[in-house]
Design a protein around this ligand. Structure first.
Ligand code: GLU
Length: 508
């Protein structure tokens, strides 16, 4: 790649279902790299395998990217100079390259029927179409030219396969893994063009990366075994000097044990592995996503960036602008990154804590509406959000942490107060509420000062009174500072709650 070529990267998903964390991280690294180099980020939909097509999967991917704020510069939706960006719509452009490879002797027609191939599989354990057995099968390597032409004339279905070279080594430099080499004898003769005229992924990915002038190909490490086929195609098609630099990203691993983090691990351990909820259109099964859990997109991005990358310091919180500035492939680790849900929670907590109440409000209102909770007083809601946000891991925790601000407690944690409840406490709270009633203003310092003064003059200790006051206002032993709660609830409501609770605490 020449030094002054504009950076162009692509995320090239097959629309077969929900987007896994690993997929979103691939999007993110593409995006960060493109933005860092003032390059272009392309979304290309690789939908040539009609059998795996899933209704709604493309829209889901588009929505995910939008939610994450990782918007492509070119895509089926926004168009661009290399449109169309859906491979099924580019069908007509691939055949010529497959035919070129056949002419050059780098590929061949294979007429074997599915039944014949199945019979081979039954006969030979670990059957692979390639070096070991291609000479005995129904293909243009064995059949005479006349036979091949006759078959073609009769419209006999065929596929075009790459002819893997014998005893060669394919070498390449991966920007993360360094030098990689493959023995061609170990790779089978992959299908390039299918009987329905559609290219397979292997042909389409190479042709489109070339035509779309992709300079860096980021993808998950699971694609590494396909790389030798792709590299040979780049070479055979005469495009080697334009080949993108390869960036095979390490896997995201299970939190426990080894291996790639899967949807099943999420179900087993109780956390989502998809970006957003995904509903399988056939079965109706819902796979949970981070978005619906009340995860903030900024936190999601930050958490994902740190799965396999760091800037060389201890810093963990990065805005998207900082990530763009600091991202470099040199600092992506070669080893897989273990997913840690506790750490993921920490990121979200940090982001909620530092968010403005106003920016959290719309999502909170949406979540409340889903539970049929309507909050009319906007000003008050904002104050409540401000007060409880540092206690939230997910936005969904909001109601649990704050319902007492909207509803007077109906029940109390009596075990926390009754054993030590006595007449002097009843007396204290009665006087306190009548003193409060005389207040003209209602601010934290004066509420607290009055409480403490009265406490001192009754020779009572904070330990005796603060917990009962909290239970009176909240119903339980949790929540923000108790005087802050009182101030926000307002004078009337505070007095009302104290009086109501005195009765409940005194009852046996
Ligand atoms: N279509 C492949 C996928 O579904 C893309 C692999 C690549 O980026 O080359 O992930």
């Amino acid at each position: 790649m020449s030094a002054n070529k504009k950076v162009r990267v692509r995320f090239a998903p097959s629309p077969t279902g929900g987007l896994h964390l690993g997929g979103v991280r691939t999007v993110l690294f593409n995006y960060l790299f493109a933005r860092h180099h003032q390059g272009d980020f392309v979304l290309r939909i690789e939908d040539t395998d009609q059998n795996r097509f899933v209704e709604g999967a493309e829209q889901y991917i588009v929505d995910c990217l939008k939610w994450c704020g990782l918007n492509p510069d070119e895509s089926p939706q926004v168009g661009g100079p290399f449109a169309p960006y859906r491979q099924s719509e580019r069908k007509a452009s691939y055949r010529q390259y497959a035919e070129q490879l056949v002419q050059q002797g780098n590929a061949y027609y294979a007429f074997d029927t599915p039944e014949e191939l199945e019979a081979q599989r039954q006969k030979t354990p670990n059957f692979r179409y390639g070096l070991d057995n291609r000479q005995g099968l129904q293909n243009s390597l064995n059949l005479s030219e006349d036979d091949v032409n006759a078959l073609l004339e009769k419209n006999t279905p065929y596929v075009i396969r790459i002819k893997m070279p014998v005893d060669e080594t394919v070498n390449f430099e991966d920007m993360i893994r360094g030098h990689v080499s493959f023995d061609t004898n170990l790779v089978d003769d992959k299908v390039l063009l299918k009987a329905d005229g559609m290219p397979t992924y292997h042909l389409a990915v190479v042709v489109d990366d070339y035509l779309m002038k992709i300079t860096h190909a980021f993808r998950g490490e699971e694609w590494l075994p396909s790389a030798p086929v792709h590299i040979l195609l780049w070479e055979y098609l005469g495009w080697k000097t334009d080949m993108p630099q390869w960036v095979h990203l390490p896997l995201i691993l299970k939190p426990d044990g080894n291996g790639k983090l899967s949807k099943r691990d999420g179900d087993r351990l109780g956390f989502p592995v998809y970006a957003m909820n995904w509903t399988d259109p056939k079965t109706g099964d819902v796979t949970k996503g981070f978005r619906e859990l009340g995860y903030l997109p900024e936190a999601f991005i930050n958490m994902l960036a740190l799965l396999g990358w760091n800037d060389g310091t201890e810093q963990e919180i990065f805005s998207i602008e900082q990530l763009i500035e600091k991202f470099s492939i040199d600092r992506v680790s070669k080893a897989g990154a273990k997913f840690d849900f506790e750490k993921a929670k920490w990121f979200n907590h940090e982001y909620i804590k530092k968010s403005e109440a106003a920016s959290l409000k719309p999502e909170i209102l949406k979540l409340l509406k889903e539970q049929d909770i309507i909050i009319a007083d906007d000003e008050y809601l904002l104050k409540v959000i401000d007060m409880v946000k540092e206690r939230l891991t997910f936005l969904q925790d909001f109601w649990e942490q704050s319902s007492f601000f909207f509803n007077t407690p109906e029940a109390y944690d009596l075990n926390a107060v009754q054993p030590k409840w006595n007449d002097s406490k009843t007396e204290f709270f009665k006087i306190l509420s009548s003193e409060f009633a005389a207040f003209n203003t209602w601010e934290v310092p004066e509420i607290e000062a009055d409480f403490k003064r009265l406490m001192g003059s009754n020779s009572l200790k904070p330990g005796d009174l603060l917990l009962p006051l909290r239970v009176m206002l909240v119903g339980g032993k949790f929540g923000p500072g108790v005087f802050d709660i009182a101030a926000l609830l307002g004078k009337e409501e505070t007095i009302k709650r104290i009086q109501k609770a005195i009765i409940a605490f005194t009852e046996k």
